[in-house]
Design a protein around this ligand. Structure first.
Ligand SMILES: Nc1ncnc2c1ncn2[C@@H]1O[C@H](COP(=O)(O)OP(=O)(O)OP(=O)(O)O)[C@@H](O)[C@H]1O
Ligand SMILES: [Mg+2]
Length: 437
């Protein structure tokens, strides 16, 4: 990353130099640099004429990139790669629905991975081992051979309602239960890509995104599937270039006969549907061409919705707009679109906010049985900067308030459980259709 060129008297962040230092020194230096920039900023009065040119914005953007890369370097040091968690015997037993004694018995039989002995007496299982346990012990919950992946879009055109957090957490929770998950980032912001430890600007090429699919140079997303640090989850990442899909899709619609811009992703994941158990699509905060593709490719929809008045009212507009679009695109052509499930997930619920309980009632009155019987609490867990690079499944409970962690973790586990139940029903429906029921 380039050091940025500014007037010599201003302090600058030199992330290239910083990234070679040890984590601690790196952190300290970064903080000192940031502090000196802040002091400079506070002590130098803004000029009366403080117009901003495009060059200024580019400089600012370079600075932001430098900071992000430095910060990632410190958080994910030593090799700037995310690491998956490992699990205790009790955790593996809980995932598999086993008593500790049953688990010990199976370990003795030696048919399943035995983990690593920690300090001579405690076992620790890798993520991969834990998934092997889950697949064996939870075989009744696994995808039947003649069924296809269930595709779930996480959508709401309001920004910041925890779509990406929900998408990643759900993927992690389902994979821990033994399922093989593909996540597809359809948001050019690339937040989901970032949560999987890849920086959209730095680590992702345009060819690794769904862009080639949108341009028509590829017909299946297979070319873009990339493994992640989390065994059992692959990703099709995103970067900013994905914005051009918003021009490519309508322009192909005009120039290609029989082209259906809304079905590009739907057809593009046909092969993936036979390989994965669940496909999760993160969408951008807009009803863009890509979001429409995600919605129409999905069997299930999850709409995270914080109980605030503005979020609630905009959610109603979202469905209106989507219904209009779906009616024009699909229904008017004699086809119909239905979902196996649509879930409204009460997200970031602040138990101290009196108004949220009123809005919660409106949400239940409006969405009735679509509202999942669980609430994701607003938590300070994600308020720590490093936690922004991960979810409750990545966070080491010993580093944070245990009660806060437990509440958030249990709520997400319940969501995963409820969604898994709906996935099982959708598989049953698929098999019923295949056998002419
Ligand atoms: N339970 C929670 N409590 C408090 N903050 C949360 C919680 N879940 C997520 N957040 C924070 O809320 C912010 C928005 O979350 P997220 O990026 O998942 O939303 P989003 O809907 O995907 O946003 P966008 O519309 O920009 O794509 C993030 O800073 C995230 O860390
Ligand atoms: Mg997002």
């Amino acid at each position: 990353m380039d050091n940025f060129k500014e007037s010599p008297e201003k302090p600058v962040l030199q992330s290239k130099t910083l990234s070679f230092l040890s984590k601690k020194t790196h952190n300290t230096l970064l903080q000192q640099k940031a502090a000196s920039i802040w002091k400079y900023h506070m002590t130098n009065k803004r000029k009366l004429d403080s117009r901003v040119t495009l060059e200024d914005l580019i400089l600012a953007s370079n600075r932001v990139s430098a900071v992000i890369e430095s910060v990632r370097g410190t958080m994910l040091a030593p090799d700037a790669r995310k690491r998956p968690p490992s699990f205790t015997t009790n955790q593996v037993a809980a995932i598999c629905g086993l008593e500790k004694a049953q688990m010990d018995y199976r370990i003795k039989k030696g048919e399943l991975p035995v983990g690593n002995m920690e300090s001579g007496f405690r076992r620790r299982f890798s993520l991969e081992e834990t998934r092997t346990w889950a697949q064996t012990e939870r075989h009744k919950y696994m995808r039947p051979k003649d069924a296809e992946a269930i595709t779930i879009a996480i959508a709401n055109f309001k920004g910041g309602v925890t779509k990406t957090t929900t998408a990643v957490t759900l993927a992690q929770g389902l994979s821990l239960r033994g399922h093989k998950v593909l996540v597809i980032d359809t948001d050019p912001q690339g937040s989901m890509t970032t949560l999987f430890g890849l920086l959209p600007d730095v680590d992702v090429t345009d060819e690794q995104t769904i862009l080639s699919l949108c341009y028509g140079s590829e017909l299946s997303i297979d070319y873009a599937i990339t493994p992640t640090y989390w065994s059992g989850i692959d990703i099709v990442p995103a970067n900013l270039a994905l914005y051009s899909a918003e021009f490519a899709l309508p322009s192909r619609q005009k120039s290609e006969s029989n082209f259906e811009f809304w079905n590009v992703l739907n057809h593009g994941i046909d092969t993936a549907r036979t390989i994965y158990d669940v496909i999760i699509l993160d969408t951008s905060p807009s009803l863009s061409y890509l979001t429409i593709n995600a919605l129409l490719a999905s069997d299930g929809l999850i709409m995270p919705l914080p109980p605030s008045t503005l979020d609630f009212t905009s959610s109603g507009q979202f469905w209106n707009l989507f219904n209009d679009l779906a009616a024009n695109l699909v229904t008017n052509r004699g086809k119909s679109k239905s979902f196996d499930f649509v879930d409204v997930l009460l997200a970031r619920v602040d138990s101290n906010d009196a108004s949220s309980s009123v809005v919660r009632e409106w949400i239940t009155a409006g969405y009735a049985n679509m509202v999942l019987p669980v609430e994701i609490p607003k938590t300070a867990l994600t308020a720590s900067a490093s936690a922004e690079f991960g979810t409750v499944y990545d966070t080491d409970p010993s580093t944070i308030n245990a009660r806060t962690y437990r509440r958030a973790f249990d709520a997400y586990e319940r969501v995963v459980e409820l969604v898994e139940e709906q996935i099982l029903t959708a598989w049953k429906r698929q098999r019923g259709e295949q056998h002419g029921a």
